[in-house]
Design a protein around this ligand. Structure first.
Ligand SMILES: C[C@H](NC(=O)[C@@H](N)CCCCN)C(=O)O
Length: 404
């Protein structure tokens, strides 16, 4: 006991037993819930710009096809060119996050890529898509890694739900605003065409600048918390190696398979969904539903059960659209709920099966496999639609979901 008194005498009387400064306001105290909520706000806005701009082609489908003289197959190549670089670079981005840059610098670098990719010349669309895509996917890896670092063991599914909600707000705002922006610019210039499209996309890039600012603030708060909480002392010191991928557990590979087989029936569907005139109902429902469903998963656990329920419900939604004449609102609302449930329950599961020092690489690899599926399916979906029509396309999506 004497030793303890002596030790306490050495403590800065302004610090508590854990070495945390005593007189921090709750909002400035990294151990306080209020501070973690502040960090969560910036975490949620981190992906806003990337998600907002990711859906530019879907929101401007008619304008893009007209201004760039595309058919559906070549239109869908815009999504394919978003996904192809990420088949490799997303995994590399996650590895660089774990091994080289660290979460703070990596997030800032990837946010910068998203901004530069979005403001690039629209005529170099393939190059721009590649730059934007490397940033967009790796930024999502960084966002997921931040979420686990700050909220694992607490409200992780709710946090993923809130992040997804903000992402869907970005997509929904895009789907409902960017077409109006295009119209105003067309009225100002007196014509449609590349210039009108390019200015519209430059305006959309302002959301990516906002996300870059959030990345900078988040980096400051994370560094500050690390110093106050002496987090570097708690690190295991283990570092990821590329060869660690071969030692990923079977459970993680199953998560990867579920992810790719599910998302190939979601993103290409929404990308082509303008014909359903209500394609963005999936995002409109997902925005409020994701946090609520994330909270429910947090309280009940059983992530695998919720993932299975989400897949079955999504399968039923696509079957309703393909084989019934029921009001499409029913299927689209079900799809919005099931997609939200899947995203809240599946992505946090990665943190349950891999150690902290492998998180970025695991999420990067998961999104690389997802993007391989999306690249192939986006091109296939575009061609199927051109050649066979919507019924065959729905059967195609149903077949993908049956692989789960
Ligand atoms: C959460 C999930 N994320 C993804 O699918 C990632 N590929 C990130 C997409 C980033 C778009 N710019 C989702 O969006 O459901």
């Amino acid at each position: 006991m004497a030793e303890r008194r002596e030790y306490e005498g050495l403590l800065d009387e302004d610090e508590d037993d854990d070495g945390v400064p005593r007189h921090l306001f709750p909002l400035c105290d990294p151990t306080h819930l209020l501070h973690r909520i502040l960090v969560l706000v910036f975490m949620c806005f981190l992906g806003f710009g990337s998600y907002f701009c990711y859906d530019n082609p879907a929101a401007l489908q008619t304008q893009v096809i007209q201004d760039m003289s595309l058919n559906t197959a070549s239109f869908m190549q815009l999504y394919a060119w978003y996904s192809w670089p990420n088949v490799v670079l997303c995994f590399l981005g996650g590895f660089l996050l774990d091994r080289v840059f660290g979460i703070r610098l990596g997030t800032i670098i990837f946010s910068l890529f998203v901004l530069l990719g979005q403001v690039g010349e629209y005529t170099a669309v393939i190059v721009v898509c590649g730059l934007f895509s490397i940033g967009g996917e790796s930024l999502a890896v960084a966002q997921n890694t931040y979420a686990v670092n700050w909220f694992k063991g607490k409200e992780l599914n709710l946090v993923f739900g809130l992040q997804l909600s903000m992402a869907r707000v970005g997509s929904t705002v895009n789907m409902n605003v960017i077409g109006w922006v295009y119209g105003r610019i067309e009225a100002m210039l007196g014509s449609t065409g590349h210039t009108t499209l390019g200015i519209t996309l430059m305006i959309a890039a302002s959301t990516c600048l906002f996300s870059l600012i959030c990345a900078l603030i988040l980096g400051f708060l994370d560094r500050r918390a690390e110093k106050i909480l002496h987090k570097e002392q708690g690190r295991t010191g283990e570092v990821i190696k590329l060869t660690d991928v071969k030692d990923f557990p079977v459970s993680l590979w199953l998560i990867f398979i579920i992810c790719v087989a599910y998302y190939v029936a979601i993103f290409p569907f929404i990308g082509l969904g303008q014909v359903f005139f209500i394609e963005n109902i999936v995002y409109i429902i997902s925005a409020p539903a994701s946090p609520l469903l994330g909270f429910m998963v947090d309280r009940t656990g059983r992530n695998i059960l919720w993932v299975m329920l989400a897949v079955i419900t999504t399968l039923l939604s696509h079957m309703m659209l393909a084989f019934t004449f029921w009001n499409p609102w029913i299927a689209m609302c079900l799809l919005g709920l099931s997609y939200s449930l899947l995203a809240c329950a599946l992505w946090p599961m990665v943190a349950f099966v891999v150690p902290e020092h492998q998180l970025g690489t695991a999420y990067g690899f998961m999104q690389s496999i997802q993007n391989l599926g999306l690249a192939l399916m986006s091109m296939a979906a575009g061609s199927i639609l051109d050649l066979k029509g919507y019924l065959f396309l729905e059967v195609f999506f149903i077949a993908c979901l049956c692989c789960e």
